[in-house]
Write a protein that binds this ligand. Sequence first.
Ligand SMILES: [Zn+2]
Ligand SMILES: [Zn+2]
Length: 301
Amino acid sequence: MGKVCLHSPYSNHSALWLRGNLHAHTTISDGDRPPEQVIAAYEQLGYHFLALTDHDALAPIRDYQPRTHLTLIPGVEVSARGPHILQLGLEVVQEPAIDRQRVLDVITAHSGLAIFNHPNWEWHFNHFPQDLMHSLDGATGIEIYNAVVERLEGSALATDRWDRLLSHDKWLWGFANDDSHAAQDDGRAWNMVQWEVGAPLTAGALLEALRAGRFYASTGVTIQTIEVDGLTVRVKTSDAQCIRFVTRWGAVAHCVEAPVAEWTVPDVPDVVESVKYVRVECFGLGTRMAWAQPIQVVYQP
Ligand SMILES: [Zn+2]
Ligand SMILES: [Zn+2]
């Protein structure tokens, strides 16, 4: 007899949470500050890691790394000739092919990490067509929140796209980034990586944690723990006012107005298909939110 169980990317053990932004522009492309100033701004905000991701250009982070305590991750925003894709972890500037699969193939060939950017940007709310995201192989994540889009056309939030992809078995992690072009964009959206106390902090180790989904995305709410115990998901935050448990096709299965909450996945025959995953959304003061990564409902024979 098999049984239904939950696959969580998170560890139940106590850990540190490291804060970082993976999407920032400098004067190397259309940002209004040189790289040194962008790095200094994120140091001031108390971040642990940062990726400078200019449009089709690579910032020379090896020059800056010795002078900052931030862990710098090499990055490029592949931009020309198609929807934007964040390329992390490789020091390569590729010719942006119209065929975005070729862009992803270059990233995966170098063991890099690829993220679909701001899907709901632009007046038509469709910078990254859903069918295209669905058809491309090799991406690790999707920007479910891109802060600069708040002051542009379209929607900063893209959890609608995310739920559709997850529900179709397209397993991507959700990222929140500033996409900073100017000082006003800094510190609005970030990723918190669950980190083992004492583990050495390197760009490579951070990328592995991101690839494994050991992080949550935030615009201000702090998650302390996300634990799985059998079929129960338990979340503890320091400042959420409302916590929702979202399942397949975006259905909200449970909602609690408190900083801590739990929900037990019902052990019914079709649960693997009907629930499929559980992801936690936290609402805090004002527009502050946090989004945990999906926990998969699986059948173990
Ligand atoms: Zn972009
Ligand atoms: Zn950008």
